[in-house]
Write a protein that binds this ligand. Structure first.
Ligand code: FES
Length: 144
């Protein structure tokens, strides 16, 4: 059911944890399952020098976030903004259709973290970050 790459990133996820004094933090909730993802980024000269994530999501959310962080680390913000969940799924050699919604968390959390970075630094942008969509927790975390 899961590709070797999904199993690898699930069993041995890259970039898990949090970054102290992160330049941007994004938290999103998955409207479909209620799971939560938080993404931390460090930015230097428009380059994402470090990225870490924490999630209450399932194994597919862990694997897609792990791959997504690998894909944006060391890249310019403009490239990270273009990362889609589809590209992450392709990099993982596919996901079962029922798990595709899990991959959206990583893409949205990255956008939310970049939006936070831009907002904190007074940089104009047009990112429509979805933010936390879980009604029961929204407003109660330290991010929003
Ligand atoms: Fe919620 Fe996968 S079931 S992130």
């Amino acid at each position: 059911m899961y590709s070797d790459k999904v199993m690898d990133h699930f069993s041995n996820p890259r970039n898990v944890g949090e970054i102290e004094n992160a330049d941007g933090v994004g938290q999103v909730g998955n409207a479909k399952c209620g799971d939560i993802m938080r993404m931390y980024i460090k930015v230097d000269n428009d380059i994402i020098t470090d990225v870490k994530f924490k999630t209450f999501g399932c194994g597919a959310a862990v694997a897609t976030s792990s791959m997504a962080t690998e894909l944006i680390k060391g890249k310019p913000i403009s490239e990270a903004l273009k990362l889609t969940n589809k590209a992450v799924i392709e990099a993982l050699d596919g996901l079962p259709p029922v798990k595709v919604h899990c991959s959206v968390l990583a893409e949205e959390a990255i956008k939310a973290a970049i939006k936070d970075y831009y907002d904190k630094n007074g940089i104009a942008h047009d990112i429509e970050a979805p933010g936390c969509s879980c009604d029961s927790c929204c407003g109660s975390c330290e991010v929003h």
